[in-house]
Each structure stands twice: as structure tokens, then as C-alpha cells.
Write a protein that binds this ligand. Structure first.
Ligand code: PHE
Length: 416
């Protein structure tokens, strides 16, 4: 379809329009290229067949609607400037051509009408341009401010504050108790030699007690892959007891230390086993330390940790590096030691026994290597090795050791 065109169109030198503007004409359904005649801008009103003053107004009205459509297509400062040059440009702008070809050569009868219409057209164009410029500017500003806008009504981002892991908290509790009675805290290597982990502790190779401590052996390698260590010469410590030896090698009595840390055993994970867990070793060596000092210290710790209402008991046990050796139990804090739960049923935590197994301990066996520099006739000592995970589970009623290592926030949040 070809829209009826204002007759001025063919005159106005549209060929100066840029390619992109062709789309504008296409939108009007105008195949403007075919309407163009060469040098059309040089045609006069007479050549266009405009003879009556009343033909002038419709001509300008058509021109104005073209101008407005072209103006509306300009939606940036750059597009606006191109529009300005196209229509108001001094040399070949549409207004210049109109003045030169329509107004100047117009006959006497037409001239006043053309002059008037042209003035009106200029004023209308100016108004439209002003409005367009304002719209473009405010649009640009809006875009800028929309980018920078801070919406104060949006709900804030809540960043949860973490807390110390329960194992850390329990470690702190235990440390505080022992530090308050004169112990100091030392730490040792997690990668050990079999000597410190076993032999020095009176556990020779092939001793059956090693079976209880399925061990991870490690290899040290260069980046090239070359193995630096002999097979079986390094391991992940299976308990914190090697630090008994390392401490006695370095310090003279009196010794009172606790040694918290990670230990490793090749256990399959279940509710009570994990290949990595936490122990706290304790060692006290001094002149005339007796079994009474030992049980008194342990009892003091247990009552501080679980509450003064609990009872303790120890049972004979065996460790190659303590003699005598004991296993410490505490009365069940969940059933008060009765063995039956509030419901009348058997207490699930102590399985009805009323006692909960806590840890192993004993008087330091002078046979252990660390003792060689000590005079076994004058000094004696005790040692204990507590599972920190187990102590936490017993106190906080946690049934599954895996909960410590799964990092489930729902679990961790219960111990803020
Ligand atoms: N090291 C022993 C273990 O892990 C515990 C222990 C430590 C026993 C110190 C006695 C003395 O089972």
C-alpha cells in the first residue's frame, strides 16, 4: 500500500536521509525511493501544481506529520542531533530547501500564505523538538538513576553469624577445667613415627594391641613422585599418647600437660566410629604422685564437666603404657544412674546399666621410653586419654558421631 503523501515529500531531497531512516519510510508504507525524482528539492510550488493559497496549509500539515514521526524515532541525544541537522541544517536541511524552493520563488498570491505556513511550521517544529529533547534527557537520567538507585524498602540481606563448632566448645571447657588445676596445654604432630605412636609406648611390632588401632600409614613424596620415606615409616597418629613420650623427653618433672588433637584410625564410619576423631591426652609426673592423686584429679574433672551430682567409678583395664590401667565410667546423666528412663523404660543412653564408659587411664608405666631420663624411684605419674567426641556426645545427648563432621547447619545451630 502506498500512503497518500504530502506533495512536498518528493521535493525535499530525501536522498540526503541516511540509510537507517529508510525504515521510517517503510513504516509508513512508503516506497519513497520510487517517488523521488532527481533534483526534486529544486522544484517550486508552481512545478508541483500548487496554485491556490488554500493548497498551502495541507502541504505544511503533511510536512509536519513527517517531521514529528521522524522526531519520535530519535531516542538518544545523538539521534536528536541527526534530526536537527536533517531538518534545520543550514546548507541542505529541509527548512532551507523549503525556503529556497517554495517560499522564495512563490508568486505574489501564494507568498503570504507560504510565509505564514512556514513560520507556523517552524514554531510547531521547535515546540515538538523541545519536548522531545526534554524526554530524551529525562529518559537518560532515569536510566542512570535507576542503575544507582538504592531501594531502602527492600529487606536486608541477613548474613548468619557462625559459631564455634561443638567440639571446639567442649575442648575449651575441658581446657579451662585442667588449666584451673595447674595443667598446661601442648600440641603435637598428627603425622607420627611408629616409634612414638607404638614402640616407645611399650607396644612392640606384632603386639596384638596394635590390632585395635588400625593405622593409616603415609608416604612422603617429592613433586616428581619419588617416594622419600621407607614403607611404614610414617603414620597418622592413632592416639595422642605419643605426646606423653615427646613431653617426657623434653621436660623434667613436675609435668602437668593436656594434649588436645585429632587422631586417626582406619574405622568404617558408623554412629560411634569415625576415621578421624578427637582426643585429649593428660599426663602428670611428679614426686610421689599416687593413685589417689590420679583418681582425685579425674573425679574433679568429671564433676566439673558433667555436674557435681554425678558419680564416677573405675574398672581394671589394660594399656601397655600404664600400670595399673583403668577405664573410667560416669553415672548416666540422662537417667541419673538408675538405668531407667522417665517413661519407665530402659534408659537408651546407658542401655540400662546406669553407667557410661568415659575413657582409659592409668599410672604411667616406667617401662615407657620417655621415662628413661627420670628416676623411677622418685617420680611417678598418671596419664589419661579421653575421646572429646564421646565426651561431647555423652554430655549433650548426641547419638551419632557423624553429626560432628557433616556440617549440617541444623545440627550446628543447636550449639550457638
Ligand atoms: N591412648 C589410649 C587410647 O587411645 C588411651 C589412654 C591414654 C590410656 C593414656 C591410658 C593412658 O585408647
Amino acid at each position: 500500500m502506498v500512503m497518500p503523501l504530502p506533495c512536498g515529500l518528493a521535493l525535499l531531497g530525501w536522498s540526503s536521509f541516511e540509510r537507517s531512516e529508510k525504515s521510517f519510510f517503510a513504516a509508513f508504507g512508503v516506497t519513497y525511493l520510487s517517488l523521488m525524482t532527481e533534483n526534486s528539492q529544486e522544484q517550486t510550488l508552481a512545478a508541483l501544481g500548487v496554485k491556490q493559497p488554500d493548497q498551502v496549509a495541507p502541504l505544511f500539515a503533511g510536512l509536519l506529520s513527517l517531521a514529528k514521526a521522524d522526531l519520535n524515532a530519535a531516542n538518544s541525544a545523538e539521534g536528536f542531533e541527526k534530526f536537527r541537522v536533517r531538518w534545520l541544517g543550514r546548507k541542505s536541511g529541509v527548512l532551507t530547501l523549503v525556503t529556497d524552493n517554495w517560499l522564495k520563488p512563490a508568486c505574489k498570491e501564494l507568498k503570504p500564505a507560504v510565509g505564514q505556513a512556514l513560520n507556523k511550521f517552524k514554531a510547531q517544529l521547535e515546540t515538538a523538538m523541545e519536548a522531545r529533547r526534554a524526554a530524551i534527557e529525562s529518559g537518560a537520567q532515569e536510566a542512570v538513576s535507576a542503575k544507582d538507585r538504592v531501594d531502602l524498602s527492600l529487606p536486608g540481606v541477613i548474613r548468619p553469624v557462625g559459631s564455634r563448632h561443638l567440639i571446639r566448645q567442649v575442648l575449651q571447657e575441658i581446657e579451662d577445667i585442667f588449666v584451673s588445676i595447674g595443667f598446661s596445654v601442648v600440641e603435637g604432630p598428627e603425622i607420627e613415627t611408629p616409634y612414638y605412636n607404638f614402640e616407645a609406648l611399650n607396644i612392640p611390632e606384632f603386639h596384638p594391641v596394635r590390632d585395635d588401632m588400625d593405622t593409616f600409614y603415609v608416604e612422603a613424596r617429592r613433586e616428581s613422585g619419588a617416594v622419600l620415606t621407607a614403607p611404614g615409616s610414617l603414620l597418622l597418629r592413632t592416639h595422642t599418647s605419643p605426646m606423653q613420650i615427646r613431653t617426657m623427653e623434653k621436660r623434667k618433672p613436675p609435668v602437668r600437660v593436656i594434649v588436645p588433637g585429632k587422631v586417626y584410625r582406619r574405622d568404617n564410619p558408623d554412629a560411634t566410629h569415625s576415621f578421624m576423631f578427637h582426643q585429649i591426652e593428660g599426663l602428670a609426673v611428679d614426686h610421689d604422685i599416687t593413685f589417689c592423686d590420679f583418681t582425685g584429679t579425674i573425679e574433679y574433672f568429671v564433676k566439673q564437666y558433667f555436674g557435681s551430682g554425678v558419680k564416677t567409678r573405675f574398672r581394671p583395664s589394660y594399656f601397655p603404657f600404664t600400670e595399673p590401667s583403668v577405664e573410667f565410667d560416669v553415672s548416666c546423666i540422662f537417667c541419673g544412674g538408675s538405668g531407667s528412663a522417665a517413661s519407665g523404660q530402659t534408659c537408651g543412653k546407658c542401655k540400662g546399666s546406669g553407667w557410661i564408659e568415659l575413657f582409659g587411664a592409668g599410672m604411667v608405666d616406667p617401662e615407657v621410653d620417655g621415662f628413661v631420663n627420670y628416676d623411677a624411684k622418685k617420680v611417678s605419674g598418671f596419664a589419661f586419654g579421653m575421646g572429646m567426641d564421646r565426651l561431647s556426645m555423652r554430655k549433650y545427648g548426641i547419638d551419632d558421631i557423624q553429626a560432628f563432621f557433616q556440617n549440617d547447619v541444623r545440627f550446628l545451630k543447636q550449639f550457638p
